[in-house]
Design a protein around this ligand. Structure first.
Ligand code: UFG
Length: 325
């Protein structure tokens, strides 16, 4: 069925890929983004674009009353872990306050469906090798705490007001789709940073800690291709049920160490990529790997691009195409 959707944060990395996939699936999309970290030229062609605060611009769209919207996908957020520790107010206001205002706008206008970008950072330091949705949520940083607070708010709105909601807890999103990929002004993510060494934009990569209790001493993460992640959003939209707030982890279920990622980038780019060991980054858990069994069983989700080499190759193609203009 053709859906009419609002995508907040659709000018950002994951929001733009998801918008592109939604449009391809035949849905109608209006992107709302304040361009604080997104880029206007990243909004996929075929989507209408309204610049503004996620809640205010959504209220404006719904107030136009031209057509009913079937749902909102709320990607817009501040997402830098380090910054969230230094300037927590920016995260509590920017993430939590905005999300509550958005929930009220949806309720006021009777929009019944919400898909929310949550994060593995809601779990903190895990107790198990594969993290299920039932794992304790003890975030070790303010970013994760704000996303967890929003998850709690969504649960109460769903129970009290009949919202059909799904939170997707992303692990390490990577790769690119066509002309949509990672273009953060402040880049903190491992794969784009390593690729900046290959393009010559950075001299070397720093390995944040090689004394973790892992085989090669570097931290292990679960890298998931952004198109697989986007496809889970389409499934979440169709599986959302009124009065329910479902939460799903999204990862490949396989962990790769920082050293393995750097080695894969060397293979893909053919560049030597010098690496030096640096101190651990505060708040980084040793191992974060998802159990995505629930998403597989309940949403019928099946990640297709699970090979790290392929994920890095897509990111590298995107990086090179952008460099060539
Ligand atoms: N790393 C380095 N050098 C770098 C950058 C990263 O060694 O220059 C390491 C990190 O210490 C970490 C791993 O590479 O061990 C991955 O780091 P990223 O910053 O790419 O990703 P994180 O795992 O820290 O963060 C991701 C999401 C966050 C989310 C977090 C926890 O990007 O939004 O997972 O779920 F909060």
């Amino acid at each position: 069925k053709h859906l009419k959707l609002i995508v907040t944060g659709g000018a950002g990395y994951i929001g733009s890929v998801c918008t592109a996939r939604l449009l391809e699936a035949g849905h109608e999309v209006v992107v709302v983004d304040d361009l604080s970290t997104g880029h206007a030229d990243a909004v996929p062609e075929g989507a209408r674009f309204l610049e503004g605060d996620a809640a205010d611009a959504t209220a404006q769209l719904l107030g136009e009353g031209k057509a009913e919207f079937d749902g909102v996908l709320h990607f817009a957020a501040k997402s830098l872990v380090g910054e969230s520790m230094q300037d927590p107010g920016k995260y509590w206001r920017g993430n939590v306050f905005t999300a509550i205002r958005l929930l009220d706008v949806l309720r006021e206008h009777g929009v019944g469906r919400l898909v929310f970008s949550s994060t593995a950072a809601t779990y903190g330091e895990p107790e198990q090798a594969l993290i299920p949705e039932t794992a304790p949520t003890r975030p070790t940083n303010t970013y994760g705490a704000t996303k967890l607070a929003i998850d709690h708010a969504i649960t109460s709105y769903a129970q009290a007001h009949g919202l059909a909601a799904v939170s997707l807890r992303y692990f390490n999103v990577a790769g690119a789709y066509g002309s949509y990929g990672e273009r953060h002004t402040t880049e903190t993510h491992l794969i784009p940073i390593v690729l900046q060494v290959a393009t010559g934009d950075r001299a070397r990569v720093q390995i944040y800690g090689d004394d973790y209790p892992t085989d090669d001493g570097t931290a292990i993460r679960d890298y998931i291709h952004v198109t697989d992640l986007a496809d889970a959003h389409l499934l979440a939209l169709t599986h959302a049920r009124p009065g329910e707030h479902r939460i799903y982890n999204l990862g490949n279920g396989t962990g790769f160490s920082v050293r393995q990622v750097i080695e894969t980038c060397r293979e893909v780019t053919g560049h030597a990529i010098p690496a030096v060991v640096a101190p651990r980054r505060a708040g980084d858990p040793a191992i974060l790997v998802a159990s995505s069994e629930a998403a597989r069983e309940e949403l019928g989700w099946k990640p297709e691009s699970t090979d790290l080499h392929g994920i890095v190759a897509d990111a590298w193609r995107f990086t090179q195409e952008r460099q060539q203009g």
